[in-house]
Design a protein around this ligand. Structure first.
Ligand SMILES: NC(=O)c1ccc[n+]([C@@H]2O[C@H](COP(=O)([O-])OP(=O)(O)OC[C@H]3O[C@@H](n4cnc5c(N)ncnc54)[C@H](OP(=O)(O)O)[C@@H]3O)[C@@H](O)[C@H]2O)c1
Length: 389
């Protein structure tokens, strides 16, 4: 496995486990939707009883609020640790722990369960054992990191999957999960576990990089914040041909609820863009929401790699346009688009992300959790200009 892939998976795993940090995105964030998303904000035809496992971290709150706005009855199940007191009063909260304290779920009927934070297959098994017979359908939030081969562009949901190499996946715990290579294979096994307990009644959603207000990883956030700082900006690769993919947490949450309403089952990659988005177009879109004076310096892939600049980690969202990971920014989202996935304009995501970030405590804002440091950026830019001379 390449270093980039390992780093990517590590960050994905951390994102999956980054629950418990930060502030709940407010209703204003949720309502800062593009015209398409607003058009879909109408009451659903048939109100459903929806159980959301998790629901108070990054993407969950958007799901909760959107489901309520569509007239559904929402129950969340979690430990009550993340963002306490911020759940809308219309939602019911059941307290328990996926590590063995599931009593609150017993004997209650729901139309559908949406399992958001799970990586461990044992979490799916234990909850499914209790819900089976009382819940009609299971929605599992997986990840595009489940694919084992990202070398080819255009891969769809039938791509080869990461294989678990350990002794017993059901014995893996949150502690062993911190050994990052387990994130992908355990997500694969969790998908299978959901399908095993709810055969033909499972919806598996595989999001790509999830971005927007409330994202504690700063992977996308790095860019609007960097542009807002202004000055000369180190931009990776070729602005016209290097492609990028991600999904706004609000688009993901809202589409998930609409998929639930349509009683859709099956597997779907969930990420943008609608057609093609280059790194240059992304940064141009982000630039529209800042008034700072900035200058883009595009540095080619070979030079960046020769300086050991790490794609995705130091220059987030961007994947080197060749090598084993090149296909990771060219995954097929055709199935999701056909099923009504809508995607906000980039400036909308950028504005909401910046507004959220600027409300974070000063010490949080002072040190981004992803992206190249200002010192190293200056160093690489200086080396680039020197070799150009
Ligand atoms: N970030 C990305 O770029 C990305 C990309 C692809 C896929 N994904 C996947 O997308 C999902 C995103 O998750 P999210 O953080 O947005 O979900 P979320 O539902 O908004 O937040 C996580 C929830 O899990 C609860 N929780 C954590 N540990 C628990 C436990 N032991 N028992 C019961 N509840 C527990 C938390 O509440 P308490 O702490 O109060 O219990 C919180 O409500 C993850 O599955 C991740 O793997 C992420």
């Amino acid at each position: 496995m390449s270093t980039n892939r390992r780093n990517f998976l590590k960050l994905s795993a951390l994102a999956g486990g980054s629950i418990g940090l930060g502030l709940l995105p407010g209703a204003s964030d949720l309502l800062a939707a593009g015209p398409k998303a607003d058009a879909s904000r109408v009451q659903a035809v048939k109100p459903l009883r929806i159980l959301i496992l998790g629901g108070t971290g990054f993407t969950g709150p958007f799901q909760v609020r959107y489901a309520l706005s569509r007239g559904h009855k929402v129950t969340v199940f979690n430990r009550g640790k993340t963002h306490p007191g911020e759940l809308p009063k219309e939602a019911e909260q059941l307290i328990g722990d996926r590590n063995g304290q599931l009593d609150a779920l017993k004997g209650r009927p729901w139309d559908v369960v949406i399992d958001i934070p799970t990586t461990l297959p044992v979490w799916v098994r234990d909850v499914a054992q209790i819900l089976k017979g009382n819940v009609e359908r299971y929605v599992f939030i997986s990840t595009t990191s489940v694919y084992s081969d990202n070398s080819k562009p255009g891969m769809d949901e039938s791509g080869p999957l990461a294989q678990y190499q350990g002794a017993d996946a059901m014995k893996e715990t949150q502690a062993t999960l911190r050994r990052f290579p387990l994130y992908s294979p355990l997500k694969v096994l969790s998908e299978k576990e959901a399908e095993k307990w709810f055969p033909g009644k499972t919806l598996i959603i595989r999001p790509g990089l999830i971005v927007g207000p409330g994202d504690e990883t700063d992977r996308f956030t790095y860019w609007p914040v960097r542009l807002d700082r202004g000055g000369e900006i180190l931009c990776p690769g070729d602005p016209k041909t290097d492609l990028v993919q991600f999904i706004d947490a609000r688009d993901l949450a809202e589409w998930t609820i609409r998929m639930v309403e349509q009683e859709t089952t099956g597997i779907f990659n969930a990420l943008g863009p609608k057609s093609r988005l280059t790194m240059g177009e992304l940064l141009d879109g982000l630039k529209t929401v800042t008034t700072s004076q900035s200058r883009f310096t595009w540095v080619d892939t070979d030079f960046l790699l020769s300086q050991t600049v790490s794609p995705w980690n130091e220059l987030p969202v961007w994947v080197a346009p060749r090598g084993p990971e090149q296909g990771f920014s060219m995954l097929s989202n055709k199935r999701a688009l056909k099923k009504g996935l809508t995607l906000r304009p980039i400036p909308d995501t950028a504005k909401a992300t910046l507004e959220w970030f600027r409300k974070q405590p000063a010490e949080r804002q002072a040190r981004l959790r992803s992206g190249i440091t200002p010192e190293r950026e200056t160093e690489v830019l200086a080396a680039w200009h020197a070799q150009k001379k």
